[in-house]
Design a protein around this ligand. Structure first.
Ligand code: NAD
Ligand code: UDP
Length: 339
């Protein structure tokens, strides 16, 4: 297949580029580099031994997106591009609705016009909102607690509607739990701009000396040790899930499929601090502070559907997630060089 990967210079997209190439497909990347850098591309080409065209354009630009799809002759698209910071989405909701919805609509119009109807979409466990209790199953109703989450709920609905209007579409809605880790080479990984919002990149920056200590957001939740629990999934397992979904789209009868990509096993903040400390070889400093507004106590997947229908399962342990994150962070203390 010829596969277009939107947001392919970003964290999850870049790891997926390697997996899709490894499965024998051709890949092109489109990214406007608003949250990534072109300096990742030579690394991806070195790791894969393949040439990977990068198209630098904003998917909200309908003419440019249309040209890209017309000229690319793609069989399928994996759509990662979007803004993803929860706190920023609360402060700047219009930026999130504008970019995440318009880029997707622009992409869908171009795909529809040129007969490219296989799409894998990056959704999120955030669509389970804060009402149901885990393990989360795909059939639960969706909702959200912030504008970022609402963009995922809305795009899922847009995609279902598109498939009702034209059932020849084949669409995978992949709901990721908490992607962490890095490629085992240590050459690519997560490189957040500014202060990291998420646990793993923050811990990695504490370990490498860029931050003094981790603030643990609350230890009075009803969990094993009082700290929040999440379903961390190694980004390379997540990447493999995209290849499995891509291949499944060709053989499945229904137009739209929704799959959780998670391990099904939750880990607490303190368990993660202990695992990362083992990877680094020393205890990492932390202090317990107040809860972070909007956090839920516990989130983890029921991954059964993906296990059965995609013949996929997350295999890497929390210790591997920490070892691989640490390899990336210690080899690249300041992330990617600027392009
Ligand atoms: P990322 O920011 O590293 O990658 C997204 C990429 O999209 C960036 O390289 C950015 O430059 C690009 N982009 C954004 N808007 C664009 C536009 N209009 N045109 C072209 N390129 C654009 O993020 P990530 O962590 O790799 O996440 C990828 C996808 O997975 C996102 O849709 C995100 O919402 C979703 N997701 C991420 C997580 C997570 O914890 N990282 C969890 C669930 C879902
Ligand atoms: N967390 C924390 N300190 C941080 C960042 C996160 O204690 O600096 C906690 C957070 O409260 C949650 C868990 O770590 O219980 C995972 O948070 P993250 O932001 O990585 O993922 P999300 O909450 O979006 O699932």
């Amino acid at each position: 297949m010829r596969v277009l990967i939107t947001g392919g210079a970003g964290y999850i997209g870049s790891h997926t580029v390697l997996h899709v190439l490894g499965a024998g497909h051709d890949v092109e990347v489109v990214d406007d580099l608003r949250n990534s850098t072109a300096s990742i591309m030579p690394r991806l080409e070195d790791l894969s031994g393949r040439s990977i065209p990068l198209h630098v354009l904003d998917l909200c630009d309908r003419d440019a997106t249309d040209r890209l799809i017309t000229e690319g002759n793609f069989d399928a698209v994996i759509h990662f591009a979007g803004l993803k910071a929860v706190g920023e989405s609360v402060a700047q909701p219009l930026d999130y609705y504008d970019n995440n919805l318009n880029s997707t609509i622009s992409l869908l119009r171009a795909m529809g016009r040129h007969g490219v109807r296989h799409l894998v979409f990056s959704s999120s466990a955030t669509v389970y909102g804060d009402t149901a209790l885990p393990p989360f199953q795909e059939k639960l109703p969706t909702s959200a607690t912030n504008p970022y989450g609402w963009t995922k709920v809305m795009i899922e609905q847009i995609l279902r509607d598109v498939a009702v209007a034209d059932p020849s579409w084949r669409i995978a809605l992949l709901r990721y739990f908490n992607p962490v880790g890095a490629h085992e080479s240590g050459q690519i990984g997560e490189d957040p701009q500014g202060t990291p919002n998420n646990l793993m990149p923050y811990l990695a920056q504490v370990a490498v000396g860029r931050r003094e200590r981790l603030a643990v957001y609350g230890n009075d939740y009803p969990t094993v040790d009082g700290t929040g629990m999440r379903d961390y999934i190694h980004v390379m397992d997540l990447a493999a899930g995209h290849v499995a979904a891509l291949q499944a789209l060709g053989r499945l009868e229904e137009s739209v499929h929704t799959w959780n990509l998670g391990t099904g096993k939750p880990t607490s903040v303190l368990q993660m601090v202990a695992a990362f400390s083992r990877a680094v070889g020393r205890d990492l400093p932390y202090e317990v502070v107040a809860r972070r507004p909007g956090d839920i106590a516990e989130s983890y997947a029921d991954p059964h559907l993906a296990n059965v229908e995609l013949n996929w399962r997350a295999r890497r342990s929390v210790d591997e997630m920490c070892a691989d994150t640490w390899r990336w962070q210690s080899l690249n203390p300041d992330g990617y060089p600027d392009a």
